[in-house]
Each structure stands twice: as structure tokens, then as C-alpha cells.
Design a protein around this ligand. Sequence first.
Ligand code: HEM
Length: 558
Amino acid sequence: MEVDVGLTSDTSTIPLLCCLLITLFVSLLFFLRRRRGPSDDSRVNGKARLPPPPGPPALVFLAKFPALRRSIFDLAPLLRDLHARHGPVISVRLFGTLVFVADRRLAHRALVRDGATFADRPPLPLVDPDPLFSAGDINTAPYGPYWRLVRRNLAADALHRARVGLFAPARRRACGSLVAGLLRAARGQGDGSSTTGGAVTVRPLLRRAMFELLVYMCFGARLGRGELDEIEALERHVLASFTAFPVFAFLPPLTKRLLRKRWAAHVAVRRRLDELFTPLIHAARRRGGDKDHPPCYDESLLALPVADEGDRPLTDAEMVSLCSEFLNAGTDTTVTLVEWIMAELVSNPDVQAKVYEEVTTGGNPELDAAGNVRAPLLYLRAVVLEGLRLHPPAHFLIPHGARSDAEIGGYTVPRGAEVNFLVAEIGLDEAVWTAAREFRPERFLDGGKGRGVDLTGSREITMMPFGAGRRMCPGYALGTHHAEYFVARSELRWLPGAEGEAVDMAETVDFTTVMKHPLRARIIPRNQTNTCSLVEQNSAEENLYIHVSMACYFLLIL
Ligand code: HEM
């Protein structure tokens, strides 16, 4: 018998079809849960099976389903309540088992001690991951030889400290144009979108400066404004597709048909990224050996044989995904961090004054040719660490997948379970940090609890803004360096948007956890002679204008 699943003009069949689909979906879920559920083996690693982590019935979770419209990350308040009720490890059986861990010691055991067990990314419950944007990148790659290859290439080659050191002129350029842009906007000469009443909305300008810098580190190209605008818009679409509810992961033949327009937009974005990135990547062959260009990420990809697959080169699609990931992973996280830190500096003028004092009395956050910081700025470093603790850009990790049945905190975690960690909560643990919700950089200086904190979490976890263990962020050193560098350029005085106005520290989720009300600040140069080159150029022109006017004035009087 042939079943017509198309939507016919007879609307009376629609409810029937919906019921049919729902029944089919629920039966499929039930079937898959049985197949993917914990193995019947009553022993884990030779020991008697422990109970599963406590948690609410799936229905309670489903009742909150509207909150999932954006992403699982929106569930932080609900998860906090559940942890308060059920303890540091909870689980929810929904499409599969979701496990959440809110304790730093258990996080250390899972991610570092039992690192290999939780080093995978979880499979999506019903289908393959969306292959459009994730084919070949690092963060969605299963734990295996391909992941190891591309991750090692990024961490140990492209982001090697000495390599990052070579990009000092690009960093100076990016920072110079940021400062010039901020000052232009403060004088009301920006594009208008970022200034209101003398206060500058910082994020768009900061984002553009960081994005331009990473585009240069990736492709070695300085692109025009139009191209940057287009790539930035495309990358935002890619990000949104990662954080939005992964609708195309569920029964793709059906969802792609039902949401035809949305799917077509997805495909168009990927096609355009391919068109833009492929020539940029291949241009690296012509650049090779050019002394004026530090070796960029794309060059490392072109020269990377996939040893496990007969030394084949990376495909264009893989390289495009990897470059797209590089831009996305490195931009929003760092911009979010810097914006939070600047918000804290506006709210805490005494901290801002100390940063300024340290920077102007001989510190230098830049790296030398060997990749070492030229003159360490301990207070600046403490400010950035406190920013990472109190405002980690990612409040969760990218979900980890259990590769075998395992144990966390006395509970069984079944193979295939999706495991995540409450990063923000862990950094606020009052047992480790006194006055944990206050911005106190001093805690990272001599005598403070955070002195010598291990950001990689390999010894112990007291905060984990970059994760820990095998999947830990490979860009953590670059992220912190960029944050330090951008904050250190404190030739500007940052004041609240309006006299006496308090900065609103409310949060919202937008891939990273950003300021709900983007920072607006009045920005005033501290010392014209201390500003960077672009600004110096402007003031030199202004000085010339003043001198010529004065000469004319005196000539006229005479
Ligand atoms: C302040 C800046 C940054 C923060 C807070 C941050 C945070 C994170 C976090 C929390 C993860 C998830 C780790 C896990 O799942 O266990 C991650 C993964 C990742 N990050 Fe970052 N990140 C930052 C900057 C960067 C930069 C600059 C790059 C590269 C240019 C980068 C590339 C990546 C990649 C490729 C992964 C996936 C790693 C894997 O799956 O093996 N990140 N990051």
C-alpha cells in the first residue's frame, strides 16, 4: 500500500498525520533508548553496577522544552536548581542519557584521570551530525587519529608560542585600529551604530578588530571591509547553527523537507564559505617562504598529510571547516572575555588605575621571537584570570561522550552518554574562592588563593574556563594572550556610559555567555603621546591644522 505523506489540500488529514508522526517518533525513541541504554552487564570495570545519577523524569525536562529552542546552554538556571536538589552529578534520560557534573573534583577525575573515557564527542541520538559545517573540524571530530592530527597541528604548530610571537605587528595593527575606531566613535565620527550620547558600544568595534586579526593569522590576507563584513556574517550563521537546537540532526530527510527554506540557507552559507575560503587557502602556496609573512594556519593545513589514510592531503572541504572553526572559536570567546573585563574595569576604577600604572611603568605584554612575554605584567595577568574565573565565556564545555560504561561520583554513566560540566559554577565554588562573586584580581597575586593557578587543570581544577584534559581548548594560550594584549592597551580611560551610571552585569547566552546589555563606555585618551600609531597620525594632522591656522591668524594681525 502506498502512503501519501505529502501535505494534501484535505486539511482533515493533518491532525491524523501529526498523531502518526508523533507515535512513530516516540516509538523510535523508545526503540533507540532500549538499544543505546546501558548494557545489561551488571558490572562496570569489574565492579558491581552502581545506580545511575539521580535526576528529574524526562517529562519535567520536556515541560521546559521551550527553553531548548536555542540550545541546551540556556538550561543553566534549571540545572542549578536540579543540582541543589539532587547533588553534584545529575542525569536526564532524553533521547539518550545527559549527565551534568557541578563538582570540581569530580570534573578533574572525569576529564583528567579518566580522560580517555570521556574524550569523545557524543553521537547525536538519531542520525549523523550536521555534515555541512562540521565535516573535518576539530571540535566535532571523534576521538581518534584524525582528531589527534588536526588538533596537534593547531596546538603545537599553528599556535606555537614562537609562531604567535611573529604576529606582533598584526596585533599592534589590530589594536591600533581598535583604539582609533573607539576614539572616532567617541567623537561621534564612527559609523553611527556604536555611539549614543558620547558613549561607545564597544563590542562591534572590538569584535571587528579581533576578527580581522584572526583572519590574518588564518589566511595571511588583509581583506577589505566588504569581504570582512561578508565573512563575519557567514561565520555568525555557522555559529548560530551550532548553538541553535540541532533541528536537522533529527530525522534529516523529514526536517530538511519541512524546513526547506532554512535548509537552503544553510547550504548557501556553506557554498559561499567554500567559494571565499578555498582561493584564500590555496594562495598560501604562493606565499610560502615569503619573509614578510609569518606562516599562517592555512599553510600548516596545506602541508598536513593524513598519515592514517595513506598520507592523503586534507580535502578543500576539511580545510574550509578548520579555518572556519579557527575564526569562530578564537573570536567570540576572546571578545566576550575582553568585554567583561573592560566592564569590570569601568566598575572598578581603582583596578583600572593599577593596570594603567603597571603598563606604563615598563611592562610589555608582547611576546619576543621565542614566544616569551617580554616583561611580565603580573597585575594585568591577575585581571585576566579573574575575568576568566568570574565571567568564563563558555558556561559549559562542548558536550563530551562516554566511550565506555564508566563511573562518576559513585554513579554509573552509560556508554554513549553525553557528559557536560558546569564551568561557571565550578569557578564560583566558595570552598575555594572567598567572596567568589566579587571581582578581586589580587587573589591571583602573591599570598592569594589563586597564585600559580593551573589553567590546564592537570594538577587540580579550581576553575576551568578552557576545560581540562584531552579536549581542553587548544587555543587557551592565544586567547589569554590576546585578552591581555587588548586590555593592556590602556592608553584610554574607560568611564561609565553616563556620569554615575552603574554597569549592568546581566548575562545572556549567545554562543558564549555575553553581557546582556553590551558595554557602553565613555572613552577618553589619557595621554596623546602614548596612543598608538593611527591615533598619533590623527593628532599630528590636527596639530598641523592648528599650527597653520595660528600662523594665518598672526599674519592677518600683522
Ligand atoms: C578566551 C578565549 C577562549 C575560551 C574561553 C575558550 C574556551 C573553550 C572551551 C571551554 C572549549 C571546550 C573544551 C571541551 O570541550 O572540553 C574549547 C574548545 C576549543 N577551542 Fe577554545 N576557547 C578560547 C579561545 C580559543 C582560540 C583562540 C582558539 C583557536 C584559534 C580555540 C580553539 C578551540 C578548539 C579547536 C576547540 C575544540 C577542541 C577539541 O575538541 O579537541 N579556542 N574552547
